[in-house]
Design a protein around this ligand. Structure first.
Ligand SMILES: [Zn+2]
Length: 209
């Protein structure tokens, strides 16, 4: 679905965001190896895989990274992630705690840092869900692409289920950190998007954590 001008939400098990300005930027790549749902969506809205210039991975969980290898092969897009998460995406390091990562390893081209800028987005390191989890802030649109930095299932902003958080307390601290930024609209991996009032609702949610 088109959320706002230049911003699409690709509804898969974990939602992907697609930004379509003068560049095509895909955030996250869905659960299924080969990413058939992403390819189908691109076709539906009139793009070719080779139109994708960049793919940003918010974190290494399978429902966000499994489609990456197939998308890179078809698009030759540049891959970006937080520096810490890049080691798990490329499988140069094992994920802490022994969780096996089923995705095909992909080298990350651009290593992101907290507060850095990439493709006109500000990178917010939001650890706790995973060590190198990030959210992306599009200031020009007042849009936060949160990945699994929070969820909105049931229409409520809240933390992810703790069995999926590597550090539940840090995950909540990261939600508080994100609540300090300015935005109106919100896209998450799990739950409905919001087009207005999202930051205020996040502030209300973190006040109860
Ligand atoms: Zn996740």
């Amino acid at each position: 679905m088109k959320l706002m001008p230049g911003v699409h939400l690709i509804e898969t098990m974990a939602q992907c965001a697609l930004l379509t300005d003068d560049r095509l930027v895909l955030v996250d790549t869905a659960y299924t190896a080969g990413a058939p749902d992403v390819f189908a969506y691109l076709k539906e809205v009139g793009y070719k895989p080779t139109d994708i210039g960049s793919i940003v991975i918010t974190h290494v969980h399978p429902d966000h990274v499994s489609g990456l290898a197939g998308l890179v092969e078809a698009s030759e897009a540049e891959v970006a992630s937080h520096r810490i998460e890049a080691e798990f995406i490329s499988k140069r390091k094992n994920y802490p705690g022994g969780r096996v990562l089923p995705h095909d390893a992909v080298d990350v081209d651009v290593l992101l840092e907290d507060g850095g800028r990439y493709q006109e987005l500000t990178v917010i390191h939001a650890p706790g869900h995973t060590p190198g989890n990030i959210a992306l802030l599009d200031e020009s649109r007042g849009l936060l692409i949160a990945g699994d930095s929070m969820k909105t299932e049931g229409g409520q902003i809240g933390p992810m289920v703790d069995r999926n958080n590597i550090d539940p307390a840090e995950h909540r601290d990261s939600m508080k950190k994100i609540a300090g930024f300015e935005f109106e609209a919100l896209i998450v991996g799990h739950g409905e998007p919001m087009t207005s009032g999202a930051r205020d609702r996040l502030r209300e949610a973190v006040a109860k954590l």
